[in-house]
Ligand binder design. Structure first.
Ligand code: GRF
Length: 196
């Protein structure tokens, strides 16, 4: 049994980025080419649509409900326990809508990634597409970065740029950015795996 690097992906909703990673792992045979696999998909919401996709792919899933924990620390501790059950080499936040405690971030430092729908360091935080439109930006995009204790900052691994078009709404811009997210996230992970 050769050593297999386990990737654990955290989602909160539709999980389109998670699905793109899973599909790329299958298409490019990461098991054979990188001795790596998506071992589990974990969500803080039992109704996350991405869980259905993961289960259909035969990938282990788990739910850690943030509403059933009195403190962030208690939630993060249970989340870490669920993650560590899969012995991850890499933890991937993909549409995971929780702010993680410094203790959690420290636990996975160097093997914790996130994708943010803006060209960081521009527009950290929420509502990035509307803010880019309101600011009159001609370009927008997405960033894959290492997660540090400072929200939406940390070493940048990949970025993608899209034009902001006249008449764009936050929704139309989000859709254009999302298509690029689905390309850069798997690429960032594939290039990082040999170094884990
Ligand atoms: C994406 O815009 C991503 O940048 C952000 O969450 C949104 C939804 O992601 N982190 P997904 O479809 O759930 O992967």
């Amino acid at each position: 049994m050769s050593f297999m690097k386990n990737i654990v992906i955290l989602i909160s909703g539709g999980g389109s980025n998670m699905a793109a990673i899973v599909r790329t792992a299958l298409r490019d045979d990461w098991r054979g080419s990188r001795a790596a696999q998506v071992a589990a998909v974990i969500s803080n919401r039992a109704d996350a649509g991405g869980l259905v996709f993961a289960r259909e792919q035969g990938i282990a899933t788990a739910v850690v409900d943030h509403k059933s924990h009195a403190t962030r620390e208690a939630f993060d501790a249970e989340l870490a326990a669920a993650i560590d059950g899969f012995q991850p080499s890499l933890v991937v936040l993909a549409g995971f809508m929780r702010i993680l405690t410094p203790g959690f971030v420290q636990r996975y430092r160097g093997r914790l990634l996130n994708i943010h729908p803006s060209l960081l360091p521009a527009f950290p935080g929420l509502h990035t597409h509307q803010r880019a439109i309101d600011a009159g930006c001609k370009f927008a995009g997405a960033t894959v970065h290492q997660v540090t204790s400072e929200l939406d900052h940390g070493p940048i691994l990949e970025q993608a740029v899209v034009p902001v078009l006249p008449g764009d709404t936050a929704e139309s811009l989000a859709a254009r950015v999302l298509t690029q997210e689905h390309l850069i996230y798997p690429r960032a992970i594939a290039s990082l795996l040999p170094h884990l």
